[in-house]
Design a protein around this ligand. Structure first.
Ligand SMILES: NC(=O)C1=CN([C@@H]2O[C@H](COP(=O)(O)OP(=O)(O)OC[C@H]3O[C@@H](n4cnc5c(N)ncnc54)[C@H](O)[C@@H]3O)[C@@H](O)[C@H]2O)C=CC1
Ligand SMILES: O=C(CO)COP(=O)(O)O
Length: 333
């Protein structure tokens, strides 16, 4: 099958390399022509996957029209801020009907839409799916075992996509709860910033575990309010991804939080990063959705205040002590 992957960052490039191992004809689109040339000619993408050797059969281009015309399956891995614009630009050149898979973990600013909803708006009539789970790109690129979820309402489509993506130690499960899976993937980035702050402030493991557990309660509450299922958030797309992102020094969101916890400014931290930390933007949408649904979300609201400079990270830590548990636990005094 001819597969086009849009976005030659760490995750888009990794998924493109994975798909080559499935014997697909994969074309990777990079916005930056230098990155496309490096992938095509040197078999590397040093800015995003330093030290990794890419498959010889992986092709790359900076020509979006060529990338769109190649596709019999479209995989979109640009940051969420560029997601709609990228789809609008490929739309005139796509053949009809084939499915579109989102790799991106975030929510659209302003509209509050999930990425599969953006796909359905811009490319109506096509099956839209999300590939999500605890999938730190560098580990998967180096061939370590990992599990992921392909989420789409139609399980026949999900099973077909599972067959196209799964390979070797990269195990793919199907899921019908697209809302739960996408909210989990987007919201865990916010909780990773919170655990990063805790890390930077030098707190203990108990505290980080508390932030993660209460964070899981928040993302479950929001997903259910939006029509998702609570059990989804207990799986790979919720707890699994949250644990990987909150614990791993490879996570960009956790890194942002850690640097804030060390007393640095958001501008400084983001200014030094070439890669995206989606949680920084997602948190505003999460708070707006919490307001719309009347949900108490102390961790998300606190991180929102930090990101907007209303409170310092050190004060956020004190604020996080007020995190109100959901379910059977009662509020601490
Ligand atoms: N890196 C990872 O381990 C994982 C990332 N993701 C998600 O995948 C998405 C992409 O992340 P990464 O590849 O890690 O990001 P990255 O920061 O490594 O790369 C982003 C890529 O998008 C390109 N880009 C940025 N703005 C653009 C625009 N306006 N138009 C077109 N291209 C643009 C950049 O040039 C770069 O090639 C994010 O939503 C992220 O949350 C999901 C799972 C794992
Ligand atoms: O989504 C990810 C792992 O599943 C990657 O997390 P970061 O974007 O924080 O690096």
């Amino acid at each position: 099958m001819r597969v086009t992957v849009l976005g030659a960052g760490s995750w888009g490039t990794t998924v493109a390399a994975l798909l080559c191992r499935r014997d697909h004809e994969v074309l990777l689109w990079a916005r930056n022509p230098d990155v496309a040339a490096e992938v095509a000619e040197q078999r590397s993408n040093e800015a995003y996957l330093p030290g990794s050797r890419l498959p010889a059969r992986l092709r790359a281009t900076a020509d979006l029209e060529q990338a769109a015309r190649h596709a019999e399956l479209l995989v979109v891995g640009v940051p969420t801020a560029a997601f709609r614009e990228t789809l609008v630009n490929v739309r005139p050149h796509l053949a009809p009907w084939f499915p579109v898979v989102s790799l991106s973990k975030g929510l659209e600013r302003g509209t509050h839409l999930r990425m599969t909803e953006v796909i359905k708006q811009v490319l109506p009539g096509r099956p839209a799916a999300a590939l999500t789970g605890p999938n730190l790109a560098r580990e998967i690129m180096s061939g370590q075992a990992a599990a992921s979820v392909i989420a789409t309402e139609d399980l026949t489509v999900a099973a077909a996509l599972q067959r196209e993506v799964e390979r070797g130690l990269f195990r793919v499960y199907t899921h019908h709860d697209v809302i739960g899976c996408e909210i989990g993937g987007a919201f865990k980035n916010v909780i990773a910033i919170a655990t990063g702050i805790a890390e930077g402030l030098g707190v203990g493991d108990n505290t980080r575990a508390a932030v993660m557990s209460r964070g899981l309660a928040e993302l479950t509450t929001l997903a259910v309010a939006m029509g998702g299922e609570a059990t989804t958030l207990a799986g790979l797309a919720g707890m699994g991804d949250m644990v990987a992102t909150c614990m791993s020094p490879q996570s960009r969101n956790r890194h942002v939080g850690e640097q804030l916890g060390l007393g640095r400014s958001l501008e400084q931290v983001l200014g030094e990063m070439r890669m995206v930390a989606e949680g920084v933007k997602t948190v505003a949408t999460v708070v707006e959705l919490a307001d719309r649904h009347g949900l108490h979300m102390p961790i998300a609201r606190t991180i929102h205040d930090v990101v907007n400079g209303r409170i310092r990270a050190a004060d956020a830590y004190r604020g996080l002590r007020g995190a109100v548990p959901a379910g059977h636990e009662s509020q601490p005094g």
